[in-house]
Design a protein around this ligand. Structure first.
Ligand code: ATP
Ligand code: MG
Length: 600
């Protein structure tokens, strides 16, 4: 609890201090009012007996002022709490995502422990967490009220009533925390199911909106979603139900203790052990105690605390899962100058029981164009991820100009990643303007200005001309004036981004399936341009289209994670192996299609 409060103070000192002061005033004023009411009754009795009304008037005025203050204080508390939550929200958003994005590699994102901890840190979601420090203060305020009230009862009637009433309040709190904890534990074991449920939700409302209808799967996905949520929530709900029933018993004990206390006050009044004023104060305090515990807030505060602990431990967990990087700093600003080498590289995805790449050895010489072909699932895109240092090889090494990518520090590796101009297979569609979408390919901010040339070569200009605000059009149809591109148009844009990256000095061009969504003309242009572009640039192109691949100086065939053939197009055709067979198959298909066209 202290941790949450310290966090509040660190991020938003002013609002937290204001909230703490106001919460303290709320507690003190509640107890003071209970005491004052008794004094008013005593003064009233005295006035009735003819002792004058001035003290009564004074006490009534004080009580009224206190009441007024108590109606204003919550407003102040609300204002301070809102300011505090705003400050925390801003901080929390970065804290949750920051550690997940920090490593240069992506291994940690596949780790179930990291994914779970991340989900748990967001369990109350970040809005709930931002309310945490406020909840703690509100809890402490209510605790202070019950302690003050108990003291009032002890002093006004008999001392042992104080621990009895306090015990009852804290018993309710203790029990509620236990129930809350077991509920949280039930939740914690269900993050996987919740994740699946939200994935289905996303599928139903975003990714699969069209296909779900075409395949008549809308009902199926709704049922799956319900079933997943049900399975995730049922244990939590049944635990809640059990808690609610047990609560009946707990609250009955608490009510019984309160009733005993009230009877004792009445008895003391009856036998003249306490004055009417004294009894009034004590009864007010007993009532404060009866309703004073705040188990709901306690449970929420504990939950926020657990979330905060997960959030705080996230960076450490992420760094323990992201492989340790050595201290070695190297300069790769002009790499590759000699070559990039895969030396007997094997790789297995975390949690898989088979290698995706095994014993891959190849060399991309600086300035040469290189192509990789292979059937679906052969491991081509995986090889690109390794080349970019997103994953480390399970065995073997990848060197750039002789420097092992696994043996350099994060900054150097990030430097290498910035040397790569890439069009990856599942390229990113940024909700930015066309210009910015292309410009992010550039190495530095100054180089971002002129994207027109790269865009022209990628065939993007006719696409841009038809957009509502041309280059400034935001490519996000959810914003006013935003637009959406077709699959092929997006691919041209991604290509422009990679070309722009080369134009602004990147050292390695990687194109993974650059032609997959291109029309025939765009593909032909790409082939021509690729050859021109590759002159002098180290490049790796992956494609199922042999028209694109055949121009590369060296070609390798990847099959089931192994390089099975290498050579130039002519050499591979002569060798008459797997490459030649695949090439012939595609060529025959094109030829057949051509004949059909000329027959028609
Ligand atoms: N993140 C991942 N976790 C586990 N396995 C993966 C992951 N990504 C890919 N794989 C597996 O690795 C294998 C190789 O995938 P990869 O994407 O490298 O193939 P590819 O050669 O690029 O295929 P394609 O021609 O279809 O693009 C596949 O069997 C795939 O299931
Ligand atoms: Mg691929």
């Amino acid at each position: 609890m202290f941790d949450l409060l310290r966090y509040g103070f660190r991020v938003a000192r002013g609002p937290t201090a204001a909230l703490a002061t106001l919460s303290l005033l709320m507690a003190v004023s509640a107890v003071l009012l209970a005491w004052l009411i008794g004094r008013v009754v005593t003064a009233g009795e005295a006035a009735a007996a003819g002792a004058g009304t001035s003290q009564l008037a004074l006490l009534v005025t004080a009580a009224v002022l206190l009441l007024l203050a108590r109606s204003v204080l919550p407003v102040g508390r609300e204002l301070a709490a809102t300011r505090l939550e705003l400050g925390l929200d801003r901080d929390l958003a970065g804290r949750a995502l920051g550690p997940m994005l920090a490593p240069v590699g992506i291994e940690h994102l596949e780790d179930p422990a990291v994914r779970d901890r991340y989900a748990r840190s967001r369990e109350v979601d970040l809005i709930g967490l931002s309310r945490g420090p406020g909840l703690v203060l509100s809890l402490w305020s209510s605790r202070l009220t019950v302690i003050g009230s108990a003291l009032l009862v002890g002093a006004g009637l008999t001392w042992w009533l104080a621990p009895m009433l306090l015990g009852s309040v804290f018993f309710v709190e203790w029990w509620s925390t236990r129930a809350g904890r077991s509920e949280t534990a039930a939740w914690a074991g269900r993050t996987e199911g919740q994740r699946r449920a939200s994935y289905l939700y996303h599928l139903a409302l975003a990714e699969g909106i069209q296909e779900l209808r075409i395949f008549g799967l809308a009902g199926w996905i709704a049922d799956r979603h319900t079933a997943e949520r049900d399975a995730a929530l049922r244990p939590v709900q049944s635990r809640r139900l059990r808690s609610a029933l047990a609560r009946l018993g707990v609250m009955a004990v608490h009510a019984a203790v309160t009733v005993v206390a009230i009877m004792l006050v009445v008895r003391a009044l009856w036998i003249g052990e306490v004055s009417l004023g004294g009894a009034t104060s004590v009864l007010s305090a007993v009532l404060l105690l009866a309703t004073g515990g705040d188990p709901g807030t306690l449970v929420q505060a504990r939950r926020a605390e657990a979330s905060y602990r997960s959030l705080r431990s996230l960076p450490d967990l992420v760094s323990s899962k992201a492989p340790d990087r050595p201290e070695r700093s190297v300069e790769l600003a002009s790499a590759p100058t000699r070559s990039i080498r895969f030396e007997n590289v094997s790789f297995r995805y975390p949690g898989r029981d088979q290698d995706t790449l095994s014993g891959v050895t190849l060399e991309l010489r600086a300035g040469e164009s290189y192509a990789l072909v292979g059937i679906n699932g052969a491991g081509k895109s995986t090889l690109v991820k390794l080349l970019a240092g997103c994953y480390r090889p399970t065995t073997g090494r990848i060197t750039v100009d002789g420097i092992d990518l696994a043996m350099i520090d994060s900054v150097s590796l990030a430097g290498w990643q910035r040397r790569i101009a890439a069009l990856v297979q599942d390229f990113v569609r940024l909700p930015l303007s066309v210009t910015d979408n292309v410009a992010v390919g550039a190495g530095s901010a100054e180089q971002r200005a002129d994207v027109a040339e790269s865009a022209r070569r990628a065939g993007l200009v006719p696409v841009v001309d038809r957009l509502p605000a041309q280059w400034d059009t935001i490519l996000d149809r959810t914003v006013p004036g935003g637009a959406e591109l077709s699959g092929g148009q997006w691919q041209r844009l991604a290509l422009a981004r990679a070309l722009h990256s080369v134009d602004t000095g990147a050292g390695l061009l990687v194109l993974d399936e650059p032609a997959a969504a291109l029309d025939v003309r765009a593909e032909a242009e790409l082939v021509q341009d690729y050859l021109r572009l590759c002159r002098g640039v180290t490049s790796l192109i992956i494609s199922h289209r042999f028209s694109v691949v055949r121009g590369a100086q060296r070609i390798s065939v990847l099959h089931e994670g192994r390089i099975v053939e290498s050579g130039s197009h002519a050499e591979l055709i002569t060798a008459d192996g797997r490459y030649a067979a695949m090439f012939r198959l595609q060529a025959e298909r094109y030829a057949a299609a051509g004949e059909e066209e000329s027959d028609a």
